[in-house]
Write a protein that binds this ligand. Sequence first.
Ligand SMILES: [Fe+2]
Ligand SMILES: [Fe+2]
Length: 196
Amino acid sequence: MQNEPRAAFTAMENATLDDWRIIAAAHGPYQNNLANRVLAHLRLLEGDHGGFPIDRFQHSLQTATRAMRDGRDEDYVVCALLHDIGDTLASANHPDIAAAILKPYVSEDLHWMVENHGIFQGYYFFEHLGLDKNMREAFRGHPSFTMTAEFCERYDQTAFAPAYDTLPLTAFEPLVQRVFSTIRRSIYMNAAPAKT
Ligand SMILES: [Fe+2]
Ligand SMILES: [Fe+2]
C-alpha cells in the first residue's frame, strides 16, 4: 500500500532497529496472506492439461479428494492438493516447488513424500518414456518410502478420471488456511525486533 510506513535505509548495512520494526510489522499481515497466494497460484494450473485426460488443476483437486475420502488428515490432504503446484514454474523438477512451499508447515515425512513423489510416480509410466520405472528403488528402506509409494498408488496415479466426483477448491480452502497458519520449521520462526 502507498501510505504504509517504509524503512529509510538504502543499503541494509545502514538499517536501524526502527527500520526493522517497520518491516517486522508489515511481515505479519503478509505471512497471514500466504495461504491465499498459494491458492491463487494453484489456480494457474487450470486449463493446462498437457495432453492428460484432465487438466492439472482438476488432477490436483482429484488427488486431494481421493486422499480426503480415504480418511487422510488435513496436512496430508493439503500436500495432496499442492503436490503439483510447481508445474507452472519448474517443469523439469516440479516436486521441488511444492516441497519448498510446504516444508515449514508439515512433518518431515510428508515433506519427503512431496519432494520425491515425481520419482515414485514414475513407477506407473517411466517405461513409456524410456526411463527406469524402478528409479524409486534407490530409496528402498527410507523411512518415508512406503508412504510415498502409497501416495502415488492410491491418490496421484489414480487421479486422472474425468467422471470422478471431484470436490471443488472451496472444499479445501479452510484446510489450506489452517495448515499455513503455523510455522513448524524456519530459520525465521523465532525472529522479533530486538528490545532497546
Ligand atoms: Fe507430480
Ligand atoms: Fe500428480
